[in-house]
Structures are given as C-alpha cells and as structure tokens.
Design a protein. Structure first.
Length: 303
C-alpha cells in the first residue's frame, strides 16, 4: 500500500487550471521531492493532500485512507509543515505543542514533545510566548507541530525558506533520522541542492502537470549537462569543437571555453583535438550536471 497515492487530481480556479490530472505514488519510507517553479501547482496539491482544499476530480489517499471520505484517519497519518508562518500568539511553545497533541487525542505526550524540541533546538524557548520568537524559531515550532503526533507521512512545504544555515542543518539532521526510522517524507523546496542530496525520487510539476518522475540518479543520468571548462594558454579553439561551446560569446571573448560533454569518454577526443591544433591548456576541470541543470532543461522543454 502506498504511503501517498494521488490519482488524476484536477483543480481549477475560474479560468486557471491549477492541476491538470496529477497522478503519482509515494511508497512507505521514501524521501520524495516535489519540485516546480512558482505557480506550478505544488501548494495547491499539498492543500488537497492536507484536506484544506478539495479537488474537482481525482482522489488522494494516505496509507489507504481517502482524504475526503476518510478524513479523520487520513489526517492522523499526516504531518504538514506549511510554507506560511502561522502561529497562535497567546501561548508558549510547550503550550502550543500540548494543544496540538490534544487535537489528535494524545495525552501525556510530554516525553515526545521534549524530544522534538531538543532535536529542533527549541528547549530553551519552551516557556517563551510564540509571538516573541524570531522568524526562524517560529519555523521550528511549525515543524514541531507537524511532528507532535508522530505521523507516518510528513509533508514539508518550503521548510527552509528564509531561514539560517544552522536551522537548515538541524532540521535535515532530524528529518533524515525520522526517514531512517521509517517515516515517509515529501519535500517541496527551491533549494535544489537540498532535493538532490536528500530525495531518492523526484516529481517535477509544470503548469499543473507532472513533466518528470524518476529516481534522482536516473534524472541526473538522462539529462546531458556536464561541462568541460578549459583555459587555453596558447592557440585557438579548433573549428571542430566550436559546436560544443555552451556560451557562444566565449568564441569572441577569449581563452576560456565551456564545452558540453555527455560522459567521461567524450573528454579524451576533445583533448586530442586541442593537441593536434597546437593549443596549450593552462587549466581545465569537469563540471558535473546537477539537479539545477536537470530542472532548467525540463522546464524549458528539453528532454
């Protein structure tokens, strides 16, 4: 049974088709990335998963429980960290987490609340009113609220947007631990290096449709984007290599050239061609394609 099953979900706001038949399945224990530019439909999809919005058609289920017809059971199994900073200004951090526990019928949950606060560096703010917290600390409280009932499925919507490096590292250490313990993680983020480092599998949305869905390693392999960057101390770039130049202005401006390569075996023929032309290399390095290269090519429609 899938931890999260989304089948042909559509959502329209008047003339805007926010989601146009999204289908995907996230398996138990996966660390899954949901990526896309602003306006792609990510937040709309998360709102439907969380039961805050209703799809025009299609179904969403969490651990086999439909988010509409079996909302109570589905919601018990889900923890969502929203993108917006939403908090109650009248309670301390501990009071906030105790109330959140109460929403799920959990009594005597202080041991887990203490553990969550410790892992998010909130212990020394436990008795501080939430309105007195910095933006980064409020973000930590939102994460703690989503985790307080130990949900098997955790959805993180831009959890590190606008926060410092320390919080990012603290958060990912804790979330990675929860993932190792069996929790399913669904992450949306604009920090593509985070997605590349953390996610086993990734779906990319564009204009409300899934335009890529594969393992992270497969996405990186199928997209050409590696580059051989060479600096010539002497000589010119041979005509035979000019079609490989990624930035045409380099042909005019000077001695540095960025050449597209698909695999390591492409490098030696390039070097041989340079030697035969009498060019002398001053410096060079191979720059591997990363998830940002993949993302840009897919969003531009290049497969």
């Amino acid at each position: 049974m899938a931890a999260l099953q989304i089948v042909n979900v559509e959502k329209r706001y008047k003339s805007l088709q926010a989601l146009g038949g999204v289908s995907l399945s996230v398996e138990p224990g996966e660390f899954f990335g949901l990526l896309g530019p602003n306006g792609a439909g990510k937040t709309t999809l998360i709102s439907i998963i969380a039961g805050l919005n209703r799809a025009d058609s299609g179904t969403v289920s969490i651990d086999g429980h439909d988010v509409v017809s079996d909302y109570r059971e589905a919601r018990k199994r889900l923890g969502v960290v929203p993108q917006e900073l939403v908090f109650d200004p009248f309670f301390t951090v501990r009071e906030t987490l105790r109330m959140q526990s109460g929403y799920f019928g959990l009594k005597r949950n202080d041991d887990w609340i203490d553990e969550v606060m410790a892992n998010l560096d909130l212990t020394n703010k436990a008795d501080t009113n939430t309105r007195a917290l910095s933006g980064g600390m409020k973000r930590r409280v939102l994460v703690a609220q989503a985790l307080v009932h130990k949900p098997p499925v955790i959805v993180l919507d831009e959890p590190t947007a606008g926060v410092d490096v320390e919080l990012r590292q603290t958060l990912w250490k804790f979330i990675s631990r929860l993932n190792r313990e069996g929790h399913t993680i669904v992450l949306t983020t604009h920090y593509l290096e985070e997605a590349q480092a953390l996610c086993n599998r990734i779906a990319m949305l564009k204009a409300g449709k899934v335009v890529a869905l594969d393992s992270t390693s497969a996405l990186l392999k199928r997209i050409s984007g590696s580059q051989l960057i060479v600096h010539l101390a002497r000589g010119a770039l041979p005509d035979g290599l000019k079609p490989l130049v990624s930035h045409p202005d380099e042909l005019v401006s000077g001695r540095k050239y960025t050449l597209r390569v698909n695999e390591y075996t492409d490098v030696e023929p390039i070097l041989a061609t340079l030697r035969e032309a009498g060019a002398v290399i001053d410096d060079m390095h191979l720059q591997q394609a990363d998830l940002e290269d993949v993302f840009i090519q897919i969003m531009e429609g290049e497969k």
